[in-house]
Design a protein around this ligand. Structure first.
Ligand code: ATP
Length: 260
């Protein structure tokens, strides 16, 4: 279990996480949602140890993460950050191989090659294995970075906007793949996602953040209500239950406090 207790984070004098306390259920998908600038990425990067913890604590299975050697942490927690402008002269396979670094330190073993093959085939990326990252579309690149995180074979996956740049079909494939990782491989996934409909239909638990604080959290059914989402986003919307799932419709409503 990942537990966050009273986490504060400031950039310079600007506080962006204010007393954040939450935890993410094991073997489930948790979506971090909320308006732009709410602190979702800062929270995720703090948990992933890509940002130092300034105040408060993050526990992994009861141990404060700063007490876990980074090398061991990387075998338990993989983080995919937003990388939009990276131009790497690496093939997809070489990139995915970086996911094995905590195990191989660069000298890939047979087991590492198997893990790389598994990650590529899990996301149906075999045909792109020898393509160069800087020659891929944004969506293909996103999939390659996700494969790198999956190849790390950790119990916990932290993903910052993994659906960025993906068309509907690829976004659905990714969310199904993440469900498969949780349901069949007992992984725990925490992702930042802007599309409330993906959060509503593929996650188990939702943490809604606003202005650096946890605004609401709970199982999907509790958080995905018109009342909760209106308060979170300051936007009128309706939540429709259909035979295929939940649809949040926020089109053609008035923006609260703004022009029609
Ligand atoms: N490196 C940085 N230096 C200064 N301020 C930063 C930095 N990174 C983020 N911020 C600020 O911290 C606040 C929270 O940013 P963060 O990226 O965590 O929010 P977010 O909820 O993930 O936003 P978004 O949905 O827009 O990606 C924002 O006001 C942002 O401007």
């Amino acid at each position: 279990m990942i537990t966050v207790n009273n986490l504060h984070h400031s950039y310079g004098a600007k506080p962006v996480l204010k007393n954040v306390t939450t935890q993410f259920p094991e073997h489930q998908i948790t979506s971090l949602i909320g308006p732009n600038g709410a602190g979702k990425s800062t929270l995720l990067m703090s948990i992933g140890r890509l940002l130092n913890i300034q105040q408060g604590e993050v526990l992994l299975k009861g141990t404060a993460i700063h007490n876990i050697p980074l090398k061991d942490y990387a075998k338990q927690v993989a983080t995919m950050r937003q990388f939009n402008s990276l131009n790497l002269r690496l093939t997809v396979r070489e990139l995915v191989a970086f996911g094995r670094f905590p195990y191989s330190q660069g000298a890939l073993t047979k087991a590492d090659h198997c893990a790389i093959d598994e990650a590529l085939s899990f996301l149906a990326l075999q045909s792109l294995a020898n393509a160069f990252i800087d020659e891929l579309s944004g969506g293909q690149r996103q999939m390659a970075f996700l494969a790198m995180a999956i190849a790390q074979q950790t119990d916990y996956l932290l993903l910052d906007e993994p659906l960025n740049n993906l068309d509907m079909k690829h976004a659905v494939s990714i969310m199904r793949a993440l469900r498969h990782l949780c349901d069949d491989f007992k992984r725990t996934v925490v992702l930042v996602v802007h599309d409330i409909n993906f959060a509503a239909n593929y996650s188990d638990y939702i943490v809604g953040m606003k202005q650096g604080a946890v605004h609401c959290e709970g199982p999907v059914e509790e958080v995905v209500t018109a009342q909760r989402l209106k308060a979170l986003y300051e936007l009128d919307l309706e939540v429709l239950k259909t035979s295929q799932g939940t649809v949040c419709n926020y089109f053609n409503f008035n923006l609260q406090g703004e022009y029609k």
